[in-house]
Write a protein that binds this ligand. Structure first.
Ligand SMILES: C[S@@+](CC[C@H](N)C(=O)[O-])C[C@H]1O[C@@H](n2cnc3c(N)ncnc32)[C@H](O)[C@@H]1O
Ligand code: SF4
Length: 388
């Protein structure tokens, strides 16, 4: 293996952002993380393997459960800063989701393609599918790590109420095509459903709908209070936790029957992972790194897996340790302080300390991301035939 890491005076292994092959640097970076975690360090030599960043915050829809419904101004990274920023962020990034609570397909991939090639980064695309034409999919295929389609309901009237001004027929046509093509290429496809009151009565039919589209994996997301319509959409307030629990159990049973994997990213005790389908996988370093981070997350249960390996940058440079990006966890601004200044800055070190001590900041308490490693471990035991 070529020289992709170096020893510091304290014996830490620091992965070099350049030099050697990309996969060698990715492995060195992962090993550095195991050292950072095991030693309880606050200043890390490892770098995030997963980046969330979009050059702009634009969206083509105004979904009523999303903050975009309030028409926030579109923010973009100044064009002359984009390349330098990506050169700073991408060398040790394995997977990149180009979103900022926005539509990733509104990035200019023609302009970004040379950066993807230069840094050998794979794309994790979570899209509303309105712009996912066969031609757009074709252009992304060589870089695609995973495709997630946000289709909250199989009923046109419910879907179009939640996702205005999306057109149900267009979304379904694009989704059906993309699911088939990705399947042929061994690329995992996930269907995202935001759990709204309107979706609750027909969760079993939704599983059938996804299976009939060729899908084999569903993630049910708990509705977060991101829009003024939260109260009227929230099934926990409208229908009560007991009813939600019964409906999710019925959905799980149908998923088992249909061989569709399901992940409930919802509050305890309703969250869980059920791997009823093997996830199609074109094995790339993203697949392997995700598995390794999954294992590490189980080993360090209680230390948020996103704080360990994820980094979110808004188009204006503000950075966060996770996708939910609560203002309380803002880490600084990479356009002002540089990546290193934020990644090992005072706020990040303080957050790592609190994670090691399991003394969580308020936004982390009860967060489904923090519970994920335990759900994965439970799924593993279930699959091995052990009772819980
Ligand atoms: C913010 S969107 C950005 C990507 C893209 N525009 C889309 O809709 O797929 C990312 C994911 O968050 C989900 N989402 C939107 N509003 C939400 C909310 N209030 N609570 C939980 N998830 C939400 C979307 O359904 C989508 O799957
Ligand atoms: S959920 Fe996605 S598609 Fe809908 S408004 Fe938000 S960012 Fe746009």
């Amino acid at each position: 293996m070529s020289d992709v890491s170096q020893q510091t005076e304290t014996g830490q292994t620091t992965p070099k952002p350049s030099g050697g092959r990309k996969y060698e640097r990715e492995v060195a970076n992962f090993v550095a993380l195991t050292g950072d975690l095991a030693a309880g360090r606050l200043e890390w030599s490892s770098r995030p393997y997963y980046l969330e960043y979009s050059t702009n915050s634009a969206c083509n829809l105004r979904c009523i459960m999303c903050s975009q419904v309030e028409n926030p101004p579109v923010v973009s990274t100044p064009l002359d800063l984009q390349e330098d920023l990506l050169d700073a962020l991408l060398p040790l990034t394995t997977i990149w989701t180009p979103s900022a609570t926005s539509e990733p397909l509104l990035n200019n991939f023609k302009r970004l393609r040379p950066m993807l090639e230069k840094h050998q980064v794979a794309l994790d695309i979570i899209t509303n599918a309105m712009l996912l034409t066969p031609a757009v999919l074709e252009g992304m295929l060589p870089f695609l790590h995973r495709l997630t389609l946000s289709v909250d309901s199989h009923k046109p009237e419910v879907f179009e109420k939640l996702r205005a001004p999306a057109d149900f027929a267009t979304v379904i046509e694009h989704s059906r095509h993309a699911t088939r093509v990705c399947r042929e290429h061994g690329i995992p496809v996930v269907y995202h459903m935001v759990l709204a009151h309107e979706c609750l009565p027909d969760l079993e039919d939704y599983v059938d709908f996804v299976a009939d589209l060729g899908g084999s994996r569903i993630t049910v997301l708990e509705l977060l209070p991101n829009s003024p319509q939260f109260q009227e959409l929230d099934p926990f307030q409208r229908d009560g936790e007991q009813h939600v629990a019964a409906r999710l159990e019925s959905m799980r049973a149908r998923a088992e029957e249909r061989g569709v994997g399901i992940f409930f990213e919802v509050r305890e005790p309703l969250g869980g992972e059920y791997n009823y389908a093997p996830v199609a996988s074109r094995i790339n370093s993203g697949t392997v790194l995700e598995m390794m981070h999954g294992e590490l997350g189980i080993q360090h249960e209680g230390f948020c897996p996103m704080v360990a390996g994820y980094f979110k940058v808004e188009p204006d440079g503000r950075a966060y340790p996770c996708c939910r990006a609560p203002v309380e966890l803002e880490l600084g601004n990479v356009l002002e302080e540089g990546f290193e200044g934020v990644w090992n800055g005072e706020k990040m070190q303080k957050l790592r300390k609190r994670m090691f001590e399991r003394d969580y900041p308020q936004p982390c308490v009860g967060c489904a991301v923090l519970e994920g490693p335990r759900w994965r471990a439970e799924a593993r035991r279930r699959e091995a035939g052990e009772t819980e």
